[in-house]
Design a protein around this ligand. Structure first.
Ligand SMILES: [Zn+2]
Length: 200
């Protein structure tokens, strides 16, 4: 088996039926985390969102993020521990909550700003951003994230293999278009949407 950090091609068949949650969707679901952004991490200033930001031990590390995303991440990590123990042992976090724009953007808010995305390292090493390849170990756990309806950033227009985020299908099942959310009160996301994915 290759080293977990060996860079390999992005596997086919990942993120099937899943889409990245757009910032307009996240804004309509959870409100704006703060009023201004840069490329650097800044604190959440939205008090209603802040009340949902928690720090928890998710398995191999502690993470700070949106409470329901953390609960889901704990379930993902439990499956990784059972199915890919060598990857589990090598995992660490490069950050979950971080209020900033998407990398290279001056207008689009990163899903890290709501604490619903996490960047992962293997053996302390970050996957190289945008080189079109991904660490082998990430290919072993991406199907587990996908099963729990977390979208993998490997298929972003610019490959972001370290990045996993709660998908549109998980946080807003059956309502994929941001425009349909206008009437949904903020922070009223149904908990059932976030319930643990059943293992196949
Ligand atoms: Zn990320």
């Amino acid at each position: 088996m290759p080293s977990l950090t060996k860079r390999v091609a992005i596997p086919s068949g990942i993120n099937t039926g899943l889409t990245s949650a757009s910032s307009s969707l996240m804004l309509s679901l959870l409100g704006n985390p703060r009023s201004n952004y840069s490329q650097d991490c800044q604190p959440v200033t939205n008090a209603r969102l802040k009340a949902h930001i928690k720090t928890k031990h998710v398995g191999p590390f502690r993470a700070t993020g949106f409470d329901l995303a953390l609960e889901s991440l704990i379930a993902v990590m439990a499956d990784i521990r059972a199915e890919q123990p060598s990857v589990f042992a090598a995992l660490s976090s490069a950050g979950m909550l971080c209020c900033r724009f998407k990398r290279g953007s001056s207008s689009s808010i990163s899903n890290h700003a709501w604490g619903t995305a996490i960047d992962l390292k293997l053996d302390g090493i970050l996957d190289a951003y945008g080189d079109g390849k991904v660490q082998f170990g990430l290919t072993l756990i991406a199907p587990i994230f996908n099963r729990h309806k977390w979208f993998w950033g490997a298929t972003f227009p610019k490959e972001d293999g370290m990045h996993f985020e709660v998908s549109t299908e998980r946080c807003a099942p059956g309502r994929p278009r941001a425009n349909s959310f206008r009437a949904v009160p903020r922070l009223m996301m149904p908990t059932s949407c976030w319930a643990n994915a059943r293992s196949a």
